[in-house]
Design a protein around this ligand. Structure first.
Ligand code: G6P
Length: 477
């Protein structure tokens, strides 16, 4: 990437835009190389994967943090998008990002699969940083602009922004699950966050259940009047709360996956794995919500109890490094290292580990090659807002073959009904489903994959953005 200075769109010094995305992260991270020089790299995670194509079409501004502490950067332009970096100090990275966002909200919103920590200093930092994002956005948004705030790190921004700029149309989308009301109520700052979100005109969730939980909480806790997906605020505004299941650039992914170079790379990957009959694949950020130990355990047991022949079947697990300074993530990394080491040590042969474990991030084309090389894709989170890896795999199967094993607790399971659905807590059930997905007849696999592909191509990222932005634009939606 070659960042350029921004093209000012007004006569003042600050460039402005009529469409502004606000997210904790910019689509690119500033990283320091070993020789001390700096570079830009695509940011991790589903949010950036989903929004980048939308932004490329809309030529707007993107307000976000550039991933490094204690650095103030000027706005710059990249591929038609104005990128507006928001600085975070090292202490704010600790308290707002690693702390409140990822050790309080993240586990709380994901069914408390890890214990959420509540600390008042973290909350104070969250308020302070949300205010900074709101101020920066207010400075960049043109009169009457559409502003689309993203995800759990910035839930106070809609209200803070509206206080300064009532002229704006403000949308908010939550990429992760919105928790059941009983869990949400644990949060000491539960009312402030509801009020923060209600600064938006439209609050979007992945699933209808999330939208319903939110409306119920607003009614119970704030005593606002609600009617189905509409909330009336005391100052006379109407806020809509609706579901918009997010997706991917399906055609873009499919085009990539069918290029000769990717096909050749997929064949090479299979050769490097020893040309097994079956390749199982997992691709996740290394996160405790993704159910990695359960999955690896299930595969290991299938090999050790003789249901799978390690000469015939291998498992490739890509785990992208994530939030590495947060305790729970450190613990998970050690646990997985140990578990994979033990399984490979117990049942592997020289040059033939049953599990190939890659703790690294890869560019999109390598991911497409892996998806093409895999016979069974294993996506088994304990809880997940959507899971775009499942959709990417489906988009990368032009021959309508391959099998998707998918957790019931991923948002994607509501749409991808033809996947081999599993409860990831049920190790025996998961073992059964892995074998079923592997051994199913080619005809049945094709029938399933055809329906999955129709779903993913009919409901792509453009459709998602259009549905959301049309509802946001229409006052009577
Ligand atoms: C999930 C979240 C995103 C987040 C991404 C990567 O997809 O919904 O908001 O950006 O994970 O996590 P990170 O902490 O590295 O931004």
């Amino acid at each position: 990437m070659n960042p350029k200075p921004p093209k000012a769109k007004t006569t003042s010094d600050t460039p402005t835009a009529s469409f502004v995305v606000v997210a904790n992260r910019l689509p690119v991270d500033r990283i320091e190389n070993e020789d001390g020089s700096t570079d830009w790299r695509t940011s991790p995670g589903g949010l950036v994967t989903a929004l980048e194509p939308v932004m490329r079409k809309n030529e707007g501004a993107w307000v976000g943090w550039h991933g490094a502490p204690d650095e103030v950067l000027q706005p710059f332009e990249d591929a038609g998008i104005l990128l507006v970096p928001v600085p975070l100090s090292a202490e704010e990275v600790e308290e707002y990002y690693e702390g409140f966002s990822n050790a309080t909200l993240w586990p709380l919103y994901h069914d408390v699969v890890a214990h959420p920590e509540f600390h008042r200093e973290w909350w104070d930092a969250y308020v302070r940083v949300n205010q900074r994002f709101a101020d920066q956005t207010a400075a960049v948004a043109e009169q009457g602009a559409v502003v689309w705030v993203q995800d759990y790190q910035l839930q106070l921004v809609p209200q803070m922004l509206r206080a300064q700029r009532p002229d704006l149309k403000i949308g908010f989308f939550l990429h992760i699950p919105f928790p059941p009301t009983e869990l949400y109520q644990q949060l000491p700052w539960r009312n402030q966050i509801l009020e923060g979100l209600l600064g938006a005109d439209l609050v979007g969730f992945q699933l209808p259940g999330g939208a319903q939980n939110f409306v119920r909480l607003v009614r119970q806790r704030l005593h606002y009047q609600t009617h189905r997906d509409r909330i009336n605020t005391p100052e006379g505004r109407t806020v809509l709360a609706r579901a918009y299941p997010i997706s991917i650039d399906s055609q873009g992914m499919a085009d990539l996956a069918t290029s000769p170079a990717i096909e050749a790379r997929a064949a090479e990957i299979r050769r490097d794995l020893g040309d097994p009959k079956f390749v199982f694949l997992g691709v996740d950020r290394l996160d405790y919500t993704k159910g990695l130990p359960e999955r690896v355990q299930a595969f290991g047991e299938l090999v050790s109890d003789g249901s799978l022949d390690p000469e015939e079947a291998v498992f490739v697990q890509v785990a992208t490094p994530s939030r590495e300074r947060v305790d729970q993530y450190r613990i998970l990394r050690d646990d997985i290292d140990r578990l994979v080491g033990r399984i490979n040590g117990d049942i592997g042969r020289i040059g033939r580990p049953p599990i190939t474990y890659l703790h690294s991030s890869y560019p999109k084309d390598e991911m497409a090659a892996l998806y093409r090389a895999a016979d069974v894709m294993v996506v088994t989170p304990l809880r997940d807002g959507m899971n775009l890896v499942a959709k990417e795999y489906v988009a990368c199967r032009p021959n309508e073959d391959g099998a998707l094993v998918l957790s019931e607790f991923a948002g994607a399971a509501k749409e991808l009904r033809q996947a081999y659905l599993v409860n990831p807590y049920d190790i025996d059930g998961m073992k059964g489903r892995l074998l079923e997905a592997m051994n199913d007849s080619p005809r049945s696999k094709t029938r399933r994959m055809r329906i999955l592909r129709r779903q993913v191509f009919d409901n792509d990222i453009d459709r998602w953005a259009t549905l959301f932005l049309d509802d946001l634009a229409s006052p009577t939606a």
